[in-house]
Design a protein around this ligand. Structure first.
Ligand SMILES: C[S@@+](CC[C@H](N)C(=O)[O-])C[C@H]1O[C@@H](n2cnc3c(N)ncnc32)[C@H](O)[C@@H]1O
Length: 251
């Protein structure tokens, strides 16, 4: 028998984001691995625990583990690679020691596992290093979909494309020819670097009771967003925001 690992997308904070497929997967799990990502992220661990309390079998074991921080200084790609190596070792140890040969374990991934999340890459590394297990991926509602729904928006203009990128990359400029950009992982500084005639559709804590939505011409709402972001981060101790930048397009 082989171990089975389920990678389950759980949406971005609203328990109602959980799909029927995700609920079935939670019920199959013998072990759920819950990451502790450090101070300020307790709320995210709490959402995961609450979902488990509602949906897993009584016999299911919860295994919490501390996630090491990525080295902030140095070349970005090199530090990410070193961090993934460290995470692979940690995940491999968890699978070897906490999951019996014929058991099913689950990692609950915020949003969807395909978008700015490394769980799938880490499992690939562990398999390449020789640990044998089957794995399945259950898609989840990502912050991008949740943002579009919250603002009641189609992301793309008719026949146009969308770029999904990070705050780090946005800070180097919106590429020519791109008229819709979804930005994730902004540490708070990238939006103020945007030049041009964009509309912005911003959302923080989307899907949760603290949700904040602001939209308008970037020059009109930039300050309001910066202030809302600062105040909310101070009040909650953490923030996650995503936004769409769109050049006005007549449809
Ligand atoms: C590490 S990425 C994870 C993305 C996730 N896999 C997804 O599908 O949305 C974290 C980023 O997702 C976005 N995000 C996640 N949850 C969010 C939420 N509830 N509201 C707004 N943005 C969110 C933010 O841009 C945050 O910096």
């Amino acid at each position: 028998m082989k171990r089975t690992v389920l990678v389950i997308g759980i949406g971005v904070g609203n328990p109602d984001h959980l799909t029927l497929q995700a609920i079935d997967a939670l019920r199959r799990a013998d072990v759920i691995f819950i990451p502790n990502k450090g101070r300020g992220k307790d709320e995210l661990a709490r959402v995961r625990r609450d979902l488990c309390e509602r949906f897993v079998r009584a016999s299911c074991r919860m295994v919490e583990f501390d996630v090491p921080r990525r080295e902030a200084a140095g070349d970005y790609c090199a530090t990410v690679d070193a961090w993934h190596e460290q995470l692979s070792g940690l995940h491999a140890r968890l699978l070897r020691t906490e999951l019996g040969e014929n058991e099913c374990g689950a990692f609950l991934v915020w949003g969807d596992p395909s978008l700015y999340d490394s769980t799938l890459r880490i499992l690939d590394r562990i398999q390449a290093a020789g640990l044998k297990f089957d794995f399945e991926v259950v898609p989840g509602i990502s912050s991008v979909q949740a943002l579009a729904a919250a603002h009641k928006l189609p992301l793309n203009a008719i026949g146009h494309s969308i770029l999904i990128t990070t705050g780090r990359r946005l800070a180097t400029g919106v590429p020519d020819g791109v008229d819709a950009v979804v930005v994730m992982l902004d540490d708070g500084n990238a939006l103020s670097t945007v030049k041009g005639d964009f509309e912005v559709f911003w959302g923080a804590y989307i899907g949760t009771p603290q949700e904040i939505l602001i939209s308008g011409k970037i020059s009109d709402v930039m300050e309001t967003i910066a202030r809302a972001r600062y105040d909310a981060r101070k009040a909650n101790g953490w923030i996650m925001d995503t936004y769409l930048l769109r050049r006005p397009v007549r449809e």
